[in-house]
Design a protein around this ligand. Sequence first.
Ligand code: PLP
Length: 454
Amino acid sequence: MESTRILLEAHEIPTHWYNIAADLPSPPAPPLASDGTPAKPEQLAAIFPPAIIEQEMSAERWIEIPHEVREIFRLWRPAPLVHAVRLEEALGTPAKIFFKYEGVSPTGSHKPNSAVPQAYYNREAGIKRLTTETGAGQWGSSIALAGQMFGLEVRIYMVKVSYEQKPYRRMMMQTWGAEVFASPSDLTECGRRILAETPDMPGSLGIAISEAVEEAAGRADTNYSLGSVLNHVILHQSIIGLEAKKQFDKIGLYPDMVIAPCGGGSSFGGIAFPFLGDKAAGDKRAANLRAIAVEPTSCPSLTKGRYTYDFGDASGFTPMMKMYTLGHDFVPAGIHAGGLRYHGASQLVSQLYQAGLIEAVAVPQLATFDAGVQFARLEGIIPAPESCHAIRVAIDEALKCKQTGEEKVILFNLTGHGHFDMSSFERYFSGQLEDYVYPADEVEKSLAKLPRFG
Ligand SMILES: *Cc1c(COP(=O)(O)O)cnc(C)c1O
């Protein structure tokens, strides 16, 4: 049998990112300040470098990837596209299943695709230090790596429970030279206030964001960086779909479906938007393309949320964005796919969903682990719990093809490996992993507190 891995040469790493803002059916709704007026670029300048702000607001279709960034990408890119033949055979489906494997990066996920350019643009702007927050540590480790590559100091506020329970990613960050603090910490006003009120507070992503932003806003040499949700992050992640398109060209195929997990939306937008760009350009192969975002039933921002203005963080620090949201103070259940526990979805993904140009589906936790273990036993790679969401839906769609006899081409984003999530698999095997029902009451309560704009 021919090779199941479709590879590209280093010189085939894309030279430009694709920006879907150029192809939206209507202009995006502007971010709003807390008084309801459009947020001003100056407000962002306290924490982001000019190139990032420009990308955040850009409607240019193609944006050049800096040479130095592509040089670093060569450490692990181009990422392989893999034809999952053993999975197909086991399912007995006529569908063809492919996955783009982002777990080959040094941190084991797609997140360095944005961490590297973010560190680059900050260094170019004369910034010496970066702050960020991290939960389980996927983003923190990526920014630690990227900061090291460009000679930036990195300080990471890691949610205290994860800091204590997930020591290995903390050690990875330290290996790449970052300082890691348990949040809430006594390094910021916000952290000190919370510690004074609740000394044994386990922390949350919202609090960690507030600490990282407070520090960046208060120091001229320091900026903040965010790992998903924002337009520039999705722009950077478009490298995933752009490479996949080249790989499909090599074998003369084109996907009918593109599937990805959806937390903030950068891994979904990253793989799906370049194909949606073909559709917008009238490419016949993409005429019936389905792009499917997969979220957990316990945190179903697209499928159950409201499309309205809300804050990006729990404490109401960020500008408000028009997006599908469960309410910024909604606290999702402690599912093991930590990267999917976000109360909203990126505004680009939200706008496309509202316009009916993409689909979304919510899946329960246990079924995602069933799929992940089945996948690991056939294809070898142990997937991250987030990635298991995409695998679940890819398998479900392949089984539908078995019913109808359709030979659809399915592409999914294998966003990362699960080597640092083995305790989740342990819980799955010992029967301790549970499904959470959709918390309708809590979402209702949280939505009732939304700011009233738009
Ligand atoms: C962060 C993460 C996700 C979620 O990505 P978003 O861009 O926020 O949707 C998915 N998979 C892995 C492995 C992650 O680390």
